[in-house]
Design a protein around this ligand. Structure first.
Ligand code: ZN
Length: 157
């Protein structure tokens, strides 16, 4: 566990705001992709639902449900916002970019600058999995080709 001082630095205002007042909690309507994710090291769980366009190459809506720490929940909310209206290839590139950023790599361009608030987490190795959980889960959701209802899916734990 990080100290309280570290946590204050880490939980920047945006992260806390998103945790307390998420904008993208809920379920996409209709659900075209569903994926559960779990981060055992912290206990975070996430359930992502996606609504895609007719061709299936564009994300119309991203929603999440789940329980976890402020970092995991805020990361999901920020991701949902950033990915709404993006095409699938672009979203997969962003997954890679987010993982790179967590390893100390480059930030997102100004269009996605809100995602850069998560960069502070990269200084706390034990919390990186909290921040990346939602992105791992998204990747699994996009790479599954099934549109079966949520019960038909397995956890990616
Ligand atoms: Zn966590």
């Amino acid at each position: 566990m990080t100290s309280l001082g570290n946590l204050r630095d880490l939980y920047q205002q945006v992260i806390l705001e998103r945790y307390k007042k998420p904008r993208y909690r809920g379920q996409a309507e209709p659900v075209h992709r569903y994926q559960k994710g779990h981060n055992p090291s912290c206990g975070d769980t996430i359930e992502l639902t996606l609504n895609l366009n007719e061709v299936g190459d564009r994300i119309e809506e991203v929603r999440f449900e789940g329980e976890g720490c402020a970092i995991a929940m805020a990361s999901a909310d920020l991701m949902a916002e950033a990915l709404t209206g993006r095409n699938v290839n672009e979203a997969l590139e962003m997954v890679q970019r987010f993982q790179d950023m967590m390893k100390g790599g480059v930030e997102f361009p100004s269009e996605f600058r809100k995602l850069n608030v998560m960069q502070g987490v990269s200084k706390f190795p034990v919390r990186i999995k909290c921040a990346t959980l939602t992105w791992h889960t998204l990747k699994a959701a996009l790479e599954s080709s099934s549109s079966a209802p949520p019960n038909g899916f397995v956890s990616n734990e």
